[in-house]
Design a protein. Structure first.
Length: 344
């Protein structure tokens, strides 16, 4: 895959209910009061003939990623749901953009609560933060079990992967996309990104075992949680791939660390520690984890690169100066630098 520069930014628009009515063959459509527009895609909750649904659509023009492959998300949702794991039902698909002028699909809405990922994140406020230690542990263990169950599914060939070298190539393309925005000043922390790439390529583990499906963005905020604190839906398959399942486990631990408040491990008193996560996953899949340190560094570096893309998107939308210090020195890049220092 070759990185492409982003198209120019245009105004973000909502969806015309009449278009949804025609697409779904519904008599009535009402949009939610506050459509949520993320940096990588647009998500809108609405009702059609009294049924609550969720629209997932590619951005009108520029988004966090230069290309938006909704087909991968749809394939994964169908696959996961068909094998008994909790995923929303896909009720309509338009990958050619015939209805909205851009690729989109519609899912059934799943009742429950989503751990917040904004400001404040789930480690500082919200239902999971306020839950008992036992409830937090129930959620944390169930999330690990769901991730392990994904890894036991029949494999799908997906765009990202399957070898570690393939994953590094994908990440290099994302780095190139972020670089098109320009403006970020260099620092010792920023230079750690180049060093991380070198170290990862020099120490790439060989592929071992059959590649597994990778959720790609395994973290609490991509789940819907039921009243019993168990996972009732696995969301957001935009970064799904295939390869060594350790990619997902390391990503979960590193993303939790990124959302940590004062305590890094565990990020909430009742959640499993990073080692607990690895141990529970290993028991579920029936083997010990491989190349943990490499996958940890890759996950941290991937977070830093995707944060670069997110910050670049904010620059394109005029929400952040191109030379903002956070683009060169932020929590993600400091984590990469710290891991590299442990290697030296």
């Amino acid at each position: 895959m070759t990185a492409r520069p982003h198209p120019p930014v245009t105004e973000r628009r909502s969806v015309d209910p009449s278009v949804l009515r025609a697409w779904l063959g519904a008599r009535s459509v009402s949009l939610g009061p506050a459509p949520a527009t993320g940096w990588s895609a647009e998500t809108i909750v609405f009702e059609a003939d009294g049924r609550r649904l969720v629209l997932r659509a590619a951005p009108h023009t520029a988004g966090m990623f230069a290309e938006h492959d909704l087909s991968t998300q749809v394939r994964c949702l169908h696959h996961v749901r068909a094998h008994g794991l909790p995923a929303p039902e896909v009720v309509a698909v338009d990958l050619d953009g015939d209805h909205l002028g851009r690729p989109a699909y519609v899912m059934a809405h799943v009742a429950g609560r989503v751990p917040p990922d904004g400001r404040p994140p789930f480690t500082r406020a919200g239902f999971l933060h306020d839950a008992t230690h036992a409830q937090q542990r129930t959620f944390g263990d169930d999330l690990v079990d769901r991730i392990a169950a994904i890894h036991r599914l029949p494999a799908l060939e997906l765009p990202i992967g399957p070898t570690p070298a393939d994953h590094l190539d994908w990440l290099a393309d994302r780095e190139a996309e972020a670089a098109h925005t320009g403006g970020a000043t260099r620092s010792a922390v920023a230079d750690a990104a180049a060093e991380a790439t070198t170290v990862l390529r020099d120490t790439t583990p060989p592929p071992t075992g059959a590649p597994a499906i990778l959720w790609g963005d395994a973290r609490p905020s991509n789940t819907i949680v039921g009243a019993d604190f168990r996972v009732v839906a696995l969301l957001d398959w935009e970064l799904a791939g295939w390869g060594a399942p350790e990619f997902d486990v390391a990503w979960l631990n590193e993303m939790n660390r990124m959302r940590a408040a004062k305590v890094l491990d565990p990020v909430l008193p009742g959640l499993p520690t990073e080692q607990d996560v690895w141990d529970r996953w290993a028991t579920a899949v029936g083997r010990a984890p491989r190349s943990v340190a490499w996958h940890r560094l890759y996950a941290a570096h991937r977070i830093a690169v995707l944060m670069d893309l997110h910050l670049s998107e904010r620059v394109r939308h005029g929400e952040l100066p191109a030379d903002a210090p956070v683009r060169s020195d932020n929590r993600a890049r400091r984590r990469v630098a710290a891991l590299l220092a442990e290697i030296v």
